[in-house]
Design a protein around this ligand. Structure first.
Ligand SMILES: NC(=O)C1=CN([C@@H]2O[C@H](COP(=O)(O)OP(=O)(O)OC[C@H]3O[C@@H](n4cnc5c(N)ncnc54)[C@H](OP(=O)(O)O)[C@@H]3O)[C@@H](O)[C@H]2O)C=CC1
Ligand SMILES: O=C(O)C1=N[C@H](C(=O)O)C[C@H](O)C1
Length: 247
């Protein structure tokens, strides 16, 4: 399978490159990044004039590059695994539109553990009716977007989430209201990624937490998604749930 790395010069792009080269037989046919590095494969600073060269693009970049990524994927009919987070509503619409023409996997987190955590949150929210829900995410000080894509996935997993008001951090007179989900982003040092969901009821608290100990499993999960997507015919917007076969 031929893979194009979008955002190849970034932190995750380099982790992904090393993961693919050390652990798989996949062929990296190109890297697209804003800065060019010395690599064993051709590198480009834009998709302009680039023909179809890959079976799947794996994207760990920045959401501001979505329009050009989508234009390229559409023009060359190349499937995409999108790992980038922080998309605006307009960018999400571009991705939705792309997925009507080519297969796309979209996930705020490609680790197995977080995708299981999403299922646990779904189940807990079905059983713990009326409990106060708070989501706390912690990341390294280089992360540009908040809240994390994973935190958004966790919130979206809550039963009847459309009935809740999302409150991003609190300060001043902000007494907790009913039907509120608090979402809190902590940034510091080299924290890889921590996500905790708290269900607080009367006289008891349930806390469900995932801690990422390295960035490698994000790369591994994105490769699993790319290999799966390469076998799928129907153009659609897929999630890691589809990739992992979670019912
Ligand atoms: N879904 C998942 O499992 C995971 C998702 N992520 C997400 O992946 C993304 C990248 O993370 P990380 O590698 O740590 O971030 P970095 O900041 O290290 O890398 C970001 C990359 O995006 C490029 N970039 C910046 N601005 C633009 C732009 N306007 N258009 C195109 N490319 C741009 C950067 O190029 P340059 O260096 O030249 O600025 C760089 O290659 C983030 O959105 C992060 O949240 C991260 C881990 C796991
Ligand atoms: O930027 C990161 O580092 C990460 N981003 C993803 C997110 O926004 O949830 C996934 C992971 O937590 C690491």
């Amino acid at each position: 399978m031929r893979v194009l790395l979008s955002g190849y010069n970034g932190t995750m792009g380099q982790v992904l490159k090393n993961y693919i080269q050390d652990n798989t037989a996949l062929e990296i046919v190109a890297g697209v990044g804003r800065e060019l590095l010395e690599e064993k494969f051709p590198t480009y600073t834009s998709y302009e004039g680039l023909e179809k060269i890959a079976d799947v693009i794996i994207d760990f970049s920045h959401h501001a590059g979505t329009a050009s990524l989508v234009e390229y994927a559409k023009r060359t009919v190349t499937k995409v695994v999108i790992a980038t987070t922080g998309h605006t509503t307009e960018e999400l619409e571009l991705i939705d539109e792309l997925a009507t023409q080519v297969g796309v996997v979209y996930a705020g987190n490609y680790s197995l553990g977080v995708n299981v955590l999403v299922e646990l949150v779904k189940k807990a929210s079905e059983l713990l009716l009326g409990y106060d829900i708070e989501v706390i995410e912690k990341h390294h000080n280089k992360k540009v977007d908040a809240p994390s894509g994973t935190a958004k996935m966790l919130v979206d997993a809550v039963k009847d989430v459309e009935d809740y008001n999302r409150v991003y951090g609190r300060h001043g007179d902000m007494k907790r209201q009913e039907k509120e989900i608090g979402i809190h982003a902590v940034r510091g040092g080299t924290i890889v990624g921590e996500h905790e969901v708290i269900f607080a009821g009367e006289d008891e608290v349930i806390e469900i937490k995932h801690t990422a100990l390295s960035k490698k499993m994000f790369a591994k999960g994105s490769v699993t998604a790319a290999q799966w997507l390469n076998t799928v015919g129907e153009p659609r917007l897929y999630s890691m749930k589809d990739v992992l076969g979670i019912k």
